[in-house]
Design a protein around this ligand. Structure first.
Ligand code: CA
Length: 222
């Protein structure tokens, strides 16, 4: 599991690199936000730990930037301050979890492992019916043929696949889209995208069911 650690406190970064290494993570350390941003754009990571207070570019800005291209990357924020504002801003910026310093190391590892478990389908190639998804390149194939998908269609498809056999609510769809940036359409626009995906998935052996009043559910064709 490859982990990006963005932390400017050298002693803490050293200790964390050693301990996370011992816990099975391959750690890449960034001493400031600019390096973190660069590494995230150049390398592929399974998870990222970002300190909020970083020189050059703060952790929230790094997070917002990476969310534009990697909506599914699990990100845990570290903050020195136990400030509610930070926590709210962090979650709004798309953080998956948040830990306040000082923290217990075993707790940090447990939270990272929980994030990885949740994101597992997003980080490995998922196969459903005749559809396979490659989250790294954001490509979908039906029986080996690439599907032409807009960014928003891809996000919607990934959400439905990752939560297959569970209802995906319109709120979840709107939130996921807004975490990716760009304007968020209302309920009608969700229906338009669902309609387009259904057409594109006709040969995939998959159906997107409408669950009235709740949302949508992806199932393999009976
Ligand atoms: Ca700091």
């Amino acid at each position: 599991m490859k982990l990006l650690l963005a932390e400017d406190d050298a002693m803490l970064a050293d200790a964390l690199t050693t301990q996370l290494g011992g816990a099975g993570f391959e750690v890449e350390h960034a001493p400031n936000g600019a390096v973190a941003d660069y590494l995230l754009s150049k390398q592929s990571f399974d998870i990222a730990v970002l300190d909020i207070g970083l020189p050059m570019m703060d952790g929230l800005s790094v997070l917002k930037h990476v969310r534009q291209t990697q909506p599914a990357l699990p990100v845990l924020l570290l903050s020195a301050r136990d400030a509610l504002d930070d926590r709210v801003a962090g979650l709004q910026a798309g953080a998956d979890d948040y830990v306040t310093k000082p923290f217990d190391f075993p707790e940090l590892v447990a939270r990272l492992q929980a994030l990885l478990r949740r994101s597992q389908p997003a980080n490995s190639s998922a196969l459903l019916g005749r559809l396979s998804l490659d989250p790294t390149s954001r490509r979908a194939l039906v029986a080996g043929e690439p599907l032409e998908l807009s960014g928003r269609e891809w996000t919607l498809l990934e959400l439905l696949v990752n939560q297959r056999d569970k209802v995906v609510t319109k709120e979840q769809i709107t939130q996921t889209w807004s975490a990716e940036g760009g304007e968020t359409g209302g309920g009608n626009s969700i229906e338009v995208y669902i309609h387009r995906l259904r057409r594109k998935l006709e040969d995939a052996g998959l159906v997107i069911r409408t669950v009235r009043g709740l949302g949508y559910l992806m199932e393999t064709e009976a």
